[in-house]
Ligand binder design. Structure first.
Ligand SMILES: [Zn+2]
Length: 735
């Protein structure tokens, strides 16, 4: 019986002799619905058991037969699947695996980590035809007999640590294993993995009593959650070292911790001692690496990760990070329409990365394939993924986080994760085949139309010369990749995609969910146009709202703005009101003028009848670190019933609501009467908000004046602590 498990192909003249030595063989796992193989756990290790259960589950799904699982002490028979997570082979790195057929059967071995699980996944994916696409979304063939070809495959990951994002990760444990991802909490002590200064030394606790622990700039110390440390303060070093010691004591088995700057830019210390180091090193990372090396020397058997991010992106000139200092280098400021070597922002990062790779082999790259402001909006960056990951690998990155959001309803969330996760394992895969394999497997007959959609948009983006970036808005692309004739073409491709799978509800729903970003882009662009068919927009809005509800899309952006709220707000804010503003087209004067970038748009923006959206890059007019006065001229004295100016609240972009707004009116533009003063409460909510400040008192007036008292400086709880804040205003509605 057992010998039958092992069938040999003897089809050539030479085969009878050769077969015995090289074993051109097939292993039969299931024969006509009956299991003919067993799974043996050589060390009875939990990872071996997880691998075995995955194999058992999918083999049963495919064939109906359940392979038995046996622990170590079972004697091995020919045809067994052996799982060994303690292979001593020098060919295997952490999480790597070896699949090898022999006369005994097949062995899945690893040198630790989750290698045996990833070996089992590879067996299922590459040899048994299982595809795992998204949250509980997978395909497998149905067959009564399962055979394996002769396999001998060693596979090690390109990066020892691979982290990414997808909504499936929270609920679907198989999804995470299948995609070979790690979570920071699995690796970093007590989950200290980024922006840890304030967690290690809470400014709430130390800020008042020890301001000298915090950054000195603009003539004073700035204790705060987003402020940085005075890295040359000896007492601070000792407190931090003690704290780290106790964290490691409390978390046995963890060897790495992040000691890294808070999430603020240019909030670093410029006291005499800190500045001297940074000046000598020619980079603001100088004092950070000096501090980190001191810690790394104090705890030589531990590893310390720190950020090279924003102001600290460039490496120091003289000091080299110790081998147990891990550099978490972030390419946040780079544009995404082309790969990193192809535009100025990318080249600046490349210079930093090459500098770090010349002095360190312990680099963690944090890459951004994300539009923080609009997850549910087209983000065609697939064509740059592979180039960039190859560059990271080439420049000594051993750890990698690909921040791509991939939230439910986000732009090709499932495809994006599928590609990124596979490239993080092996940057040399054929990306185009991988993409087509996914599209055809996930969308069925709609795959080719969606592939075409992606390719047309990619070409249009490149042809437009418009940047793609992490706070992008579809409105920025309305004359580029999202111009009307292309929008019509995209819609035709999606119509075709939907029609081709109309009979298959699973595929149809996936196509409809993937269409949401295109629908959202249409709505966003429509609100910036004056000549639109409002009935058509209403229909599109209703459909978008129905779909985000059906697909349970939780948010539009990183700030947790709910898409259903967006639809409701759209109706009141962007669709025409019966009662139009009498200020439409009115002349507006400013004192002082708004920020340079906003001066051109400010000529019409406040009285054009169009309201700004959640990204400040269009429609909004902004001032940095200043109060301002805005005067509107209605052309003649008339009855005015109300005035309402709209302000933007977007903490992530350092845009804070004003502290106070005073409306006044006048008939000659010289002597003004105060109409009403509004005091606006501080708002610390991360959500993007539009806040209308309204006065409703009938007066006779020609000139209306708005005096804005801004916050001017980011408060201590904000990322920009001590730096100028912005205020932004758009449409002023007068009735
Ligand atoms: Zn200092």
């Amino acid at each position: 019986m057992l010998i039958l498990n092992w069938t040999r192909t003897t089809t050539t003249l030479f085969s009878t002799l050769l077969v015995i030595s090289i074993g051109h063989a097939q292993l039969t796992l299931v024969d006509n619905g009956t299991s003919s193989s067993r799974i043996i756990l050589l060390n009875n290790h939990p990872e071996e058991r997880t691998a075995a259960l995955l194999l058992q589950d999918f083999v049963e799904k495919i064939s109906g037969a359940k392979l038995p699982i046996y622990p170590t002490n079972e004697s091995i028979r020919r045809g067994d699947i052996l799982i060994n997570n303690a292979d001593g082979s020098a060919n295997l790195t952490e999480d790597g695996f070896h699949l090898a057929c022999s006369d005994h059967g097949i062995t899945i071995s690893s040198a630790g980590g989750k290698g045996v699980i990833y070996g089992a996944v590879t067996l299922l994916e590459q040899y048994l035809g299982v595809d795992y696409f998204g949250e509980f979304e997978y395909n497998y063939p149905k067959q009564k007999t399962i055979t394996l070809p002769n396999v001998d495959q060693i596979d090690n990951p390109a990066f020892r640590y691979r982290q990414s994002q997808n909504y499936a990760l929270s609920a679907d444990t198989v999804y995470r294993l299948w995609n070979r991802l790690e979570m920071p909490t699995e690796v970093f002590a007590a989950g200290y993995w980024v922006h840890t200064f304030d967690r290690l030394l809470p400014s709430d606790q130390y800020g008042k009593t020890h301001p000298e622990y915090y950054a000195y700039f603009d003539g004073k110390r700035h204790p705060g959650k987003a402020s940085q440390w005075c890295l040359t303060n000896e007492d601070l070093f000792e407190i931090v070292a003690r704290r780290i010691d106790s964290i490691f004591q409390a978390n046995p088995g963890k060897n790495i911790i992040s000691v890294s700057q808070n999430d603020g830019n240019f909030t670093n210390c410029t006291c005499e001692k800190c500045k001297a180091i940074d000046d000598y090193e020619g980079a603001l990372s100088g004092s950070i690496i000096t501090f980190l090396n001191k810690l790394a020397a104090r705890f030589p058997d531990k590893e310390f990760s720190t950020l090279a991010y924003l102001y600290s992106m460039h490496p120091p000139r003289h000091i080299k990070p110790l081998p147990n200092v891990n550099i978490m280098l972030c390419d946040i400021d780079c544009n995404r329409e082309v790969s990193l070597t192809e535009n100025a922002s990318g080249r600046d990062f490349m210079k930093a990365m090459e500098g770090w790779s010349a002095i360190s082999d312990n680099i963690f790259i944090w890459d951004y394939g994300i539009n923080f402001d609009n997850y549910v909006s087209p983000f065609p960056n697939f064509h740059i993924l592979q180039d960039n990951i190859r560059l990271f690998k080439k420049n000594h990155a051993t750890m990698h986080f690909s921040q791509i959001a991939s939230s439910r309803g986000g732009d090709f969330a499932e495809l994006r994760s599928y590609l990124v996760n596979r490239l993080m394992w092996n940057p040399e895969l054929n990306l185009d085949s991988l993409m087509q394999h996914f599209l055809n497997g996930y969308y069925g007959a709609a795959g080719p139309s969606i592939y075409q959609y992606i390719k047309v948009m990619e070409g249009a983006l490149l042809g437009s010369g418009i940047r793609l970036w992490i706070y992008d808005s579809p409105v920025s692309h309305k004359s580029g990749m999202l111009k009307p004739e292309l929008m019509r073409r995209y819609n035709r491709l999606f119509d075709k995609a939907e029609a081709s799978v109309a009979q298959n509800p699973t595929y149809l729903k996936r196509v409809q969910r993937s269409r949401l970003p295109l629908q959202y882009a249409e709505l966003e662009i429509a609100r910036t146009e004056t000549a639109v068919d409002f009935e058509d927009i209403n229909r599109k809005l209703d459909l978008f709202e129905a779909r985000v509800k059906e697909f349970q899309v939780p948010t539009l952006n990183e700030r947790h703005n709910d898409p259903v709220d967006y639809c409701q707000l759209y109706r009141t804010r962007y669709l025409p009101a019966a009662n139009k503003s009498i200020a439409l087209g009115a002349g507006v004067a400013y004192e002082p003028l708004p920020g340079k970038k906003y001066q051109e748009i400010s000529k019409t923006a406040l009285t054009d009848g169009l309201f700004g959206g959640s990204t400040f890059v269009e429609s909004w007019v902004g001032w940095e670190g200043q109060d301002a006065t805005i005067v509107m001229d209605l052309g003649k004295v008339q009855s005015v019933h109300s005035i309402e100016a709209d302000f933007l609240h977007q903490l992530g972009a350092w845009i804070l609501l004003p502290e106070q707004v005073t409306y006044s009116y006048s008939s000659d533009g010289k002597s003004y009467t105060t109409w009403e003063t509004h005091t606006i409460p501080e708002d610390r909510s991360p959500q993007v908000k539009f806040v209308g400040i309204k006065t409703e008192i009938p007066v006779q007036a020609r000139y209306l004046k708005i005096d804005v008292i801004a916050t001017k400086e980011c408060p201590t709880w904000h990322y920009g602590v001590g730096h100028p804040s912005w205020f932004f205003v758009d449409e002023v509605t007068v009735r």
